[in-house]
Design a protein around this ligand. Structure first.
Ligand code: ADP
Length: 425
């Protein structure tokens, strides 16, 4: 009998990454294809399908001795389109950052609870309502999220989605239903059936198996995926209540595994369901974007080494422009980055310390609202490799800082393909 492999596919903001793991969850192959830098817009649904096939084919060429057991896909959250009951597109895909649906979002705000993730012009629901008003549609069609569209390309039936992707389309994850208030905005039959991530939603179609040149007797299963942020969280290895992940990328993003959900629209805090746990998250306007404004990555490395953590530090709130959303929600909150010391490393010390204090305040806020004590932190993103910053953060937040298993989002999806519903128990 041949050994098995499980495949995770990540459609992020800049490209498609795929990763295959074996039964011990070790990576056995991975590849990626970036979207062309020359292209100003995100690839169309058809182009995404092409990227998916090309990248998968490259990966599978490295796995010819193995049987593919299951595949799972994560993609950007809040990117949606419409298709007919056979899965043929009826609209373009409105991407995660599309802001056209402002009018629709104003109508949603009159009906949706303030804490619903369906609020705001970039929500899946706002885009659905916008598309419905844009042109005449047939009586029967489905709302698709990006991950649903890609799963259909592999052979999944239209009409299914997972509860992480469905959150921004208005799905009530607490009560596990599409809420009644939605019926004033959209016919309910266009909303997909919502399943737990990891649920088997189909198998690779005969034509796809042929196109990919797969030679195995049983078709690989397709398991419902999740959003890119959830898959990236799964990849880190954090999963127990109290585990947290700090993302030190362009923005500072905190996520804490909680026993109860927190929805606080004013502060942009919302919660994804992970089985009987919740992943509560908030994002500050501060973060690496401020560091990059003043210093190159090379300067950040060199200057960090000059910092003496025993020295006093300026009390900064690093922002590029006024306005903070989390942990304090204040659209007028001013940046505080003065006085600027003559020496650059002291200025950087102030910035790193300021962001670390926002992290501390952010976790205090999440702990208080979710009634969940923080027990560990894993760090990801460009700033995570800065050892001086880690030391500074550790001196402020007294919990173990744990190593991150994997930073590759596609690895999180590969784990979802392998462990399926077990990850979401
Ligand atoms: P994103 O994917 O959100 O754009 P990344 O995870 O790629 O972000 O991280 C990029 C950010 O990391 C930049 O804003 C940069 O300033 C910051 N960064 C890079 N190197 C360092 C470093 N050595 N110390 C602190 N921050 C760093």
């Amino acid at each position: 009998m041949r050994d098995s492999a499980w495949i995770g596919i990540d459609f992020g903001t800049s490209g498609c990454r795929v990763c295959a793991i074996d039964k011990s969850a070790s990576i056995i192959a991975q590849t990626e294809q970036s979207f062309p830098a020359s292209s100003k817009s995100y690839p169309s649904p058809q182009q995404q399908s092409q990227f998916l096939f090309n990248t998968l084919k490259t990966l599978l060429s490295q796995l010819s001795e193995l049987d593919i057991d299951s595949i799972s896909i994560d993609a950007t959250s809040g990117s949606v389109m419409l298709c007919d009951f056979d899965g043929h597109p009826l609209s373009e895909m409105l991407m995660y950052n599309d802001q056209q649906a402002i009018e629709a979002s104003e109508d949603i705000a009159k009906l949706a609870p303030a804490e619903s993730a369906a609020n705001g012009p970039s929500s899946g629901l706002a885009k659905l309502v916008y598309l419905q008003r844009l042109f005449a549609l047939p009586a029967n069609y489905f709302l698709l999220h990006q991950a649903d569209w890609l799963a259909i390309q592999l052979g999944a039936k239209p009409g299914f989605t997972d509860y992480n992707n469905a959150l921004k389309s208005g799905f009530d994850v607490t009560n596990n239903c599409w809420p009644d208030w939605l019926s004033a905005l959209t016919p309910l039959h266009v909303l997909p059936q919502v399943v737990t991530p990891g649920t088997v939603i189909g198998e690779l179609s005969t034509s796809v198996i042929k196109a990919l040149g797969l030679k195995q007797s049983t078709p690989p299963l397709i398991k419902a995926g999740t959003t890119d942020s959830l898959a990236s969280f799964i990849a880190t290895g954090a999963n127990k209540i109290g585990d947290a992940v700090t993302s030190l990328g362009s923005t500072l993003v905190l996520k804490l595994v909680c026993q109860s959900p927190v929805f606080d629209a004013k502060r942009g805090i919302y919660s994804h369901k992970i089985g009987n746990r919740w992943l509560c998250g908030g994002a500050s306007n501060s973060g690496g974007v401020v560091l990059r404004h003043y210093f190159s990555d090379e300067q950040l490395v060199a200057l960090s080494q000059k910092i003496d953590l025993q020295m006093p530090v300026e009390d900064y709130y690093p922002l590029l422009k006024p306005g903070e959303r989390f942990p304090i929600a204040d659209p007028d909150s001013p940046p505080r980055m003065h006085p600027r010391p003559a020496e650059d490393h002291l200025f950087l010390y102030g910035l790193l310390s300021g962001i670390a204090r926002i992290e501390k305040a952010g976790y205090e806020c999440l702990q208080q609202l979710s009634k969940t004590p923080l027990t560990s932190i894993r760090s990801v993103g460009g700033g995570a490799k800065n050892a001086v910053w880690t030391q500074l953060r550790q001196s402020l937040i007294d919990v173990p800082f744990k190593p991150v298993q994997h930073t590759d989002t596609a690895y999180g999806s590969a784990l979802l393909a392998k462990d399926g519903l077990k990850l979401f128990q």
